[in-house]
Design a protein around this ligand. Sequence first.
Ligand SMILES: [Zn+2]
Ligand SMILES: [Zn+2]
Ligand SMILES: [Zn+2]
Ligand SMILES: [Zn+2]
Length: 451
Amino acid sequence: MPPRRISDVNYMDVDSDSDVSIVDDDDFGGRNKKGKGKATDKKKKDKGKSKAKEQPYAWEASYTRSWDTVQEDEAGSLQTAVADLMARSRRRRLLAPSGAIRRTIIRHLILILDLSSSMLDRDMRPNRFDLTLEYAREFIVEWFDQNPLGQIGVVGMRSGLGERLGEMSGSPQDVLKSISERHKIEPAGEPSLQNAIEMARSSMSHLPTHSSRELLIIYGSLTTVDPGNIHETLASCIKDKIRVSIVSLAAEMKICREFSDKTGGQFGVAMNEGHYKDLLFELIPPPFLRSTTTTTSSSTKQTTSIPADLMLMGFPTRLPPTSAPALCVCHSALKSEGFLCPRCGAKVCDVPTDCDICGLMIVSSPHLARSYHHLFPVKGYIAVTTLQDSPPPSQNCHACARPFPPPITSTISEGMSPLSRYKCPDCNNDFCTECDVFVHEVVHCCPGCGK
Ligand SMILES: [Zn+2]
Ligand SMILES: [Zn+2]
Ligand SMILES: [Zn+2]
Ligand SMILES: [Zn+2]
């Protein structure tokens, strides 16, 4: 887009000039003679201008940043840098609470996307909008992988209105389809936080109490155009126990911070592309069950822990593709494949879902098992620093049976084992670096003790 590029260059010129003048005011304001100050001022101005021409976009600067973060070691290899990154995630795992935690595994999330004109800003590459769509797709796929019992709906904020882009659905394909047509969700106008939140709230009002109600707002603008008092919306979100998390692409806004603080969500301002993705992906694991509800000062709510609640679930019968075609209750379409509700025998297309006839929650048992690991996480392995003589240490990794590599002599960061051995605190078996990562991020079960 050549016209935009030119206008951006002009904009950058003005910007760099104003920066320089601020610096000059500080440097030469009182002490130096005016003439000298002016000469340097002009020189700096020219320098700023040429710099702006070389680098018209902020994102072009990030190309120089990317290789600053990965440093080669003395031998010119990148191995230590990679090991350091792995050690960082290991330290984070050890900080996380181990043992059984109560989490909401049946989740309902509404993704609210800012589709205002501020999303066309190019401070992220290629622009905020395209990057958001890309990350949203990755987020949805990963979210469903980790939360197979969850459902996602999509709402957009555009021209002062809230737009329902996708109904609440448990199928990743349906959710991805709602944001797949880029030309239909082209950014325009101003966003309205209140309209979008009210729209999301109304579509969550029917949900049962054992499921979580969450909003994730990706917000690029610094303003909101609201028809009423947004604090009333905040109060009703708190009342409905809706957790609002916000990822801002511009800067912190007081109302956004207030929404996430008071509803127990998370708030973050993305500093760059990588940080933006981190902020989003932090919201993928299911949230802790809030144990304290002592927000109201009156005597009504003073419970410290929510009592365990039994819930009804049905495991459906899967129909083979060769079965006789029948109408499904969800779309009234003639299909041979599908699932039968174990209570009323109605045919549904996809699980997990609530039966349209009897209201029973229908889940498949693999989905339930897959959500299980969030409740009982594998304990973090401890980095082994010295080898003890008794009992004699095993020569091979307990999981993959490969021999351990020779000890690393270069610099070791915290949480990293110089012997590349990581010990399970329960079964005391040693594992190699790769297996440690694989166990905690993919398998979610220790091969030594089965926990
Ligand atoms: Zn159907
Ligand atoms: Zn049923
Ligand atoms: Zn191994
Ligand atoms: Zn173990």
